[in-house]
Ligand binder design. Structure first.
Ligand code: ADP
Length: 491
């Protein structure tokens, strides 16, 4: 009762978890992550697009302006160096030199007194120059400063006027270049417009891609939830050939394996309980008969108790085999060992010789000693024991059982053949299935549960080998187990 209650609580909490997972909508978070990462990358690219070309253009314009101003200033300085730097002579030179209106030109004498200023209103002529550039030029230094502000380049250039290696004055040019400023502001505006378009397009595309991607992921999640709730028959749609399609395909394969395993597990549990029920029912029946019959003759009681003993023996054999099977199912990796199949067959033959003798069956072995296989000895003993035990069980008194070990190519073969009842051809493919018995009555009588051959086949497969059966009804059977050779003693 308690177990059923626990299961109910477990189921309810599971469905609550699933409902909560659905409510939390992890998919939309994923959508957001994808969209955000696109937007961050895009924003970085757009910032770069809007700054780098502007920097390059601005620097180019600066250096261009500098070159032009320097050339003009040099021309003026060369011409002025031959004058006495008085306002009159400088004005004369400036007239001859065709004063270019785009520059404001200031000429100062060696004391920093402004002897010429091309500006008419706000002229500083007749005063001492306070500009740092003119002061620098009077100490022999050229200087250039340019800045882009308010859509214009504000540039200044100053240079000394020298005569016979003496500084006799300074020239100062300044210019507010709106034409170049406009070029740069146009470039900035155009880059911004292009960025807005790129941003809009990428946002739309990233939303579409994020939606498409997460829709496919949510389909996969739906499948996983269905399988989580026990619906292993669920199949995910596999569209395209990308990683998500491969993921869906792999998950489908995984669901198929789960479905098969679950089916096998249910079948195994139901077969095992059925098989265990029969001897238990017999024990119950026999004990009830003894208990309900007070005057039962002692010989009959002894007979019944002996039967109970036989049934419990059968039960313990069966549980031992079930445990062997469950050990094989756990798939724990085996310690790599090299085993001599001839020694194993000899050991098993020694164990089963008394059974063969009591069954009136002759047991004969032909063993090549030059084979070694990879696998634990216990596993090989299970295989050989089940094969020879069956051969003895299903052979009439007077018959014979032979076991062979030999090499064939790069394989070791263990063959067990008998002159027993044989197996109908149609049933040969089924005898390795768990709980399958050809002659149920005979098998039960011989103490079998239909597990021996499935244990042998599974243990053989674990050692990398295979097992086959040939048989003819009334003549006998031959079981061949093949294993890859671990090495041979050729000597
Ligand atoms: P069991 O425990 O019943 O012997 P197994 O798995 O070992 O189960 O064998 C499955 C069935 O195959 C047996 O019930 C029997 O009918 C048949 N079988 C196995 N080995 C032989 C054999 N050597 N000769 C005839 N029938 C056999």
């Amino acid at each position: 009762m308690k177990r059923a209650g626990e299961k109910q609580i477990e189921r309810e909490s599971l469905s609550r978890t699933n409902a909560a997972a659905r409510r939390r909508r992890p998919v939309s978070r994923y959508q957001l992550k994808i969209a955000l990462s696109y937007l961050i990358i895009l924003s970085m690219m757009l910032v770069l697009l809007n700054t780098y070309p502007v920097w390059i253009s601005r620097d180019f314009m600066f250096s261009n302006t500098r070159d032009v101003m320097m050339s003009r200033a040099s021309d003026l300085a060369t011409t002025l160096s031959g004058t006495d730097m008085t306002p009159e002579s400088v004005a004369l030179v400036m007239n001859i030199m065709d004063n270019q209106a785009q520059y404001r030109t200031i000429v100062a004498d060696r004391h920093g007194f402004v002897v010429y200023d091309s500006l008419t209103s706000g002229s500083v002529a007749g005063r001492y120059a306070l500009d740092a550039e003119i002061a620098g030029a009077l100490t022999g230094q050229d200087s250039f400063r340019s800045a882009y502000r308010d859509y214009a380049f504000d540039s200044r250039f100053a240079m000394p006027v020298t005569s016979h290696n003496m500084i006799v004055g300074a020239i100062y040019l300044s210019r507010l270049d709106t034409a170049q400023g406009k070029q740069l502001s146009d470039l900035i505006a155009r880059l911004f417009a292009v960025s807005v378009v790129i941003f809009a397009v990428v946002v739309i595309f990233s939303v579409i891609i994020a939606l498409a991607l997460t829709r496919r992921i949510s389909v996969i999640l739906r499948g996983i939830r269905a399988a989580h709730e026990g619906d292993y028959a669920y199949r995910l749609p596999v569209r395209g050939r990308d990683e998500l399609a491969e993921l869906a395909d792999r998950i489908n394969q995984f669901f198929s394996i789960l479905r098969k395993t679950e089916g096998q597990r249910q079948q195994f549990v139901s077969d095992a309980s059925h098989e265990l029920k029969t001897p238990l029912a017999a024990v119950r029946l026999l004990t009830d008969s003894i208990l309900e019959t007070p005057d039962m003759p002692p010989e009959t009681v002894r007979e019944f108790v002996a039967d109970i003993g036989n049934e419990t023996d059968r039960l313990s054999r069966m549980t031992e085999k079930l445990m062997q099977l469950s050990r094989l199912d756990t798939n724990l990796p085996e310690a790599a060992a090299v085993t001599d199949p001839a020694a194993v067959v000899q050991k098993v033959a020694r164990m089963l010789r008394p059974l063969a003798k009591s069954s009136g069956v002759e047991l004969h072995c032909e063993l090549a000693e030059d084979c070694r296989v990879i696998g634990a000895e216990d596993g090989l003993v299970q295989i050989v024991y089940n094969l020879i035990d069956n051969a003895i069980k299903y052979t009439m008194p007077g018959g014979s059982v032979r076991a062979f070990v030999f090499r064939r190519g790069d394989e070791a073969h263990i063959v067990v053949d008998d002159t027993g009842a044989g197996i109908p051809e149609a049933e040969l493919p089924l005898i390795f299935d768990r709980f399958y018995r050809v002659d149920k009555a005979r098998s039960r009588e011989a103490g079998g549960a239909g597990l021996g051959l499935s244990i042998a086949a599974e243990a053989t497969a674990r050692m990398g080998g295979s097992i086959t059966a040939e048989s003819e009804v009334g003549k006998g059977s031959r079981f061949t187990a093949r294993f890859p050779l671990a090495g041979c003693d050729d000597a």
